[in-house]
Design a binder for this molecule. Structure first.
Ligand code: ASP
Length: 706
């Protein structure tokens, strides 16, 4: 059958009335009116009502049509007609027209469905089964059916439009889309790697990229200047509801730029992406330092759609008689609080004391909290009598209190306990009291992060990754206190309490990069082993550069306001990181493990690593410029092992006996001062006697082609 005349259901309009069209798609729903059969035919573009009427269609055709069931895949030909007055369906875009079928081809039948696909009633006002309450795992198991559902389909189409908008914009700004490898070595982004065993290099592994960080920097070293990629990244992290083991990030890097260039670029791009979803963002995006964000919201990804910012009231109580506060302050602690404006009706004494102070706040990690309610121009609480009037008046002013307000304060000897608990409380209250405007989108750049974080076991770890430029370079890599005081040139783009992305200006100086590695506790050998290739690239004119990555699944999900990022990914993993459709991750057969050299590992910490052996073969292959096939490797390994044995014997003899023969005069270069010698054989001219062609002390060898 030919599809050349096919038109999309959603694209037929009243202007086509009278036209003969071919439509293809799936039976969304059907309604039999005693001989007159109405079908909603659905394709990617929408729905068209098709009609099998005995007045127009043959008896045969009508019989065939009666056997159609939902999700049969069919093609029909017929004339477009205006619907009779009163039978229009405003719920579908083509609700004023229908197609009177004269030809039907069943392209493929369908089994009974595991859940309903259709979400449009054939008759205005009627309801459909809908699949919204179907267990997600069932939907994911039959994801191809789920994708037929207009909601999922629309999400994927919108994702495509957002990706197109990114590509067009970045192209217009001179960015080039370049792919980097997926089978690679590990890049430190702070998560665990997914490893991929190699069969041709048994017991050796590739790592799937946590990000293309090193490659994008190498592209800058390679002079590509402006790069982007819709990069698939893989991080083996603990399960969290809105996290996927693989995700797509828009990865960007540019040379000869500073922070301002990137802020401007990303703001313009973000505005464009959100506009695809009809969301207007205004520029410039506000900026907040990490310190300010922590001080006022307890989070480095603050949700700024509502107030409830922290007020520091440590000073107010510097001379207090209230013993709990006094003891905390004596231990160097702090006191911060929030003013929940005008909510005293919803936050009664009972709620504050029995729910918040006794249950909620302790579950957030604090020992207790202090609450006060403003009534009749005064602050009231169960402990208000312990504070003097000056303290209460200063609180009133500092929190800008009016009657009906509720104050909650957290005091602790640890700054991080205070900010973390108050931060959780801030979000809890905002949700409970309905303070969040769901139509508000509040972007903010977070800047001036600490370069390092302390590690539990001592030492430091990078807050972002080790390639982030520090704010100054004159630090001592062994001085932990100094390291922890360094700020980075990193920035995160945060929206509504979610980190959409982040990046940094990078280090482009070898010594600074080495200093950072040293600060992270890497010794020379580890640096060479892990990052030798990368450090070497700094030796050849590394340009200043910087970039960032935006989590596209998260961004698209926010633009489309879906409850989960799974809603905007074609084939996502479920909450437990498995795929109900394919069954991944799944067990593998013994033979497969054996083939990969992964059986009988004997409980060793490090795999025997043919690595060392392999490297020798690779090295040999490299110096000789001869490719070595997998089946040749064992033989060469054997020869190498024998040669090593011989070399060992030779070494043992060294010093006692002369080298057996040599063509040119040789000396031991590792022992300066030893005399140059020439082998006897060479001296007598015998060595080169049978060589096909000789030049001086050399004999010619065949040239080798790579
Ligand atoms: N590689 C970083 C990440 O994936 C982003 C960047 O620094 O550009 O988080």
């Amino acid at each position: 059958m030919s599809f050349s005349q096919r038109v999309f259901c959603g694209q037929v309009t009243p202007e086509d009335i009278g036209r003969n069209v071919q439509l293809c798609g799936w039976v969304d729903a059907y309604r039999d009116h005693g001989g007159l059969l109405f079908i909603h035919l659905r394709d990617r573009s929408g729905i068209m009502q098709i009609v099998f009427s005995p007045e127009i269609a043959s008896a045969d055709l009508c019989r065939k049509a009666a056997s159609l069931r939902t999700e049969y895949c069919i093609a029909v030909v017929g004339d477009v007609k205006k619907r009779m007055a009163g039978t229009e369906n405003p719920n579908i875009e083509t609700g004023n027209i229908e197609v009177m079928v004269t030809q039907l081809t069943v392209l493929s039948e369908s089994d009974a469905l595991p859940f309903a696909v259709s979400d449009k009633a054939m008759v205005a006002g009627a309801s459909t089964a809908g699949a919204d309450n179907v267990a997600e795992d069932l939907r994911l198991q039959y994801r191809y059916l789920d994708i037929r559902r207009p909601q999922v389909r629309d999400n994927l189409m919108a994702r495509h439009r957002i990706f197109q908008c990114v590509r067009e914009f970045l192209n217009s700004r001179g960015f080039v889309e370049i792919e980097t490898p997926v089978l690679t070595a590990s890049t430190p982004e702070g998560a665990r790697d997914y490893l991929v065993p190699s069969r041709v290099h048994p017991q050796n592994f590739y790592a799937l990229p946590q990000s293309p960080q090193l490659f994008k920097q190498l592209l800058m070293f390679g002079g590509m200047e402006r790069y982007f990629q819709m990069a698939r990244c893989f991080r083996d992290e603990d399960l969290r509801p809105n996290r996927q083991p693989e995700f797509t990030q828009l990865d960007i890097e540019a040379s000869f730029v500073d922070e301002e260039f990137l802020y401007e670029l990303i703001e313009e791009l973000t505005v464009k992406m959100f506009a695809v979803g009809g969301i207007e963002l205004s520029r410039p995006f506000p900026r907040m330092t990490y310190g300010e964000a922590m001080d006022t919201t307890g989070s480095d990804r603050p949700d700024l759609r509502f107030g409830l910012k922290f007020v520091d009231v440590t000073d107010v109580f510097s001379k207090t008689n209230y013993s709990i506060f006094r003891q905390i302050l004596q231990r160097g602690g702090c006191i911060k609080g929030i003013n929940i404006k005008g909510q005293s009706e919803k936050l009664s004494k009972n709620v504050l004391q029995n729910e918040y102070a006794k249950e909620i706040v302790p579950s957030f990690g604090a020992r207790g909290m202090t609450w006060m309610r403003a009534e009749g121009g005064k602050l009231e609480s169960n402990i208000v009598q312990f504070f003097n009037s000056e303290e209460l008046e200063t609180l009133w002013k500092k929190f800008d209190v009016t009657d009906g307000d509720v104050l909650i304060m957290i005091a602790d000897s640890s700054y991080s306990v205070v900010t973390s608990v108050l931060g959780q409380l801030r979000l809890h209250l905002a949700n409970r009291l309905g303070l969040i405007d769901e139509n508000c989108f509040y972007p903010v750049w977070i800047t001036e992060f600490p370069l390092f974080e302390p590690k539990e076991e001592g030492g430091v770890t990078s807050s972002h990754h080790p390639f982030t430029a520090p704010d100054r370079v004159d630090f001592d890599p062994k001085n932990i206190e100094e390291l922890l005081s360094l700020r980075s040139r990193a920035y995160d783009l945060v929206m509504n309490g979610e980190e959409l992305g982040g990046g940094s200006i990078r280090i482009n100086n070898r010594d600074v990069q080495r200093k950072i590695f040293a600060a992270l506790g890497l010794n020379e050998e580890e640096m060479r082993e892990k990052f030798g290739f990368f450090l070497r690239a700094f030796d050849f004119g590394a340009p200043p550069h910087g970039g960032l990555a935006l989590g596209m699944d998260r961004t698209v999900s926010m633009i489309l306001r879906t409850p989960s990022i799974r809603d905007v990914i074609a084939f996502p993993k479920n909450r437990s990181a498995s795929c109900p459709l394919t069954g991944a991750p799944s067990a593998v057969k013994r033979e497969q493990l054996a083939e990969l050299g992964l059986l009988n590992l004997g409980g060793q910490d490090v795999l025997p690593g043919t690595a060392e052996k392999e490297n020798k073969v690779d090295h040999l292959s490299w110096v000789s410029r001869i490719g070595i096939a997998a089946q040749e490797r064992p033989v060469i390994e054997e020869i190498l092992a024998e040669a090593e044995e011989l070399a060992l014997i030779a070494f043992q003899k060294a010093g006692k006996e002369e080298p057996l023969f040599t063509v040119v005069p040789v000396s031991n270069r590792t022992r300066p001062g030893t005399e140059e010698k020439r082998s006897e054989l060479a001296q007598k001219g015998q060595l080169l006697k049978s060589a096909p062609s000789v030049k001086g002390n050399y004999f010619k060898v065949a040239s080798i082609l790579e």
